[in-house]
Ligand binder design. Structure first.
Ligand code: SF4
Ligand code: SF4
Length: 187
């Protein structure tokens, strides 16, 4: 390409860029002032994982090991012991190595009681990578402060101000809004 052609190509590219910018002048900003303005995360998104406890503070997790076995990255480590007071097991250890977790949510999909769930709580950047090796206390804490979470078995659930847990309304469920609108149109 000759020098003249290169100069023309550069001028043309700059002109195209400026035209694209001009077309946006006057439109409202789409950028967000994070971290001062928090983005609204949809309830069904795999930002982070948490363990949910029942309203009485007991573990939902029944130590079935399904999530540990389903995890393709093998980053879940569970230890359990037989329940001395009756049937089932008592959860003794639940570690999750977020360094190597690929957020596939297999663990959430296989959980029979929706104990491990996805939450929109995404602000867990740390300087020390070892801090991303979560134990049960950490996962419980993420679960305790979650206001909304998702699992395929129970759908989207919400924590009410009084601490009780209930299923979220249809418009918050996956596909719920579309189904709701389709139902209104059909009525
Ligand atoms: S999201 Fe996937 S990789 Fe991460 S712990 Fe669950 S199953 Fe394992
Ligand atoms: S699949 Fe659910 S109930 Fe079973 S060990 Fe994992 S978190 Fe607990």
């Amino acid at each position: 390409m000759s020098l003249l052609a290169e100069v023309w190509e550069a001028v043309r590219a700059i002109g195209q860029g400026m035209a694209a910018v001009n077309r946006r002048v006057g439109e409202s900003a789409v950028t967000e002032f994070y971290p001062y303005q928090k983005p609204e995360i949809p309830p069904v998104s795999v930002q982070f994982l948490a363990l949910i406890q029942n309203e009485d503070g007991s573990d939902r997790c029944v130590s079935c090991l399904a999530c540990e076995r389903a995890c393709p990255s093998q980053v879940i480590t569970i230890e359990r012991k037989r329940n001395p007071a009756g049937k089932g097991f008592v959860l003794e250890r639940f570690d999750l190595d977020f360094v190597n977790c690929m957020h596939c949510a297999n663990c959430v999909e296989v959980c029979p009681v929706s104990a491990i769930v996805t939450v929109g709580d995404f602000e867990h950047a740390v300087y020390d990578v070892n801090m991303l090796k979560a134990d049960k206390a950490f996962l419980d804490e993420i679960g305790r402060r979650a206001q909304v979470w998702y699992s395929p078995k129970f759908g989207v659930e919400i924590r009410k101000p009084d601490g009780s847990i209930e299923k979220a309304p249809p418009e918050m469920q996956p596909g719920g809004l579309a189904e709701l609108l389709a139902g209104e149109e059909g009525a």
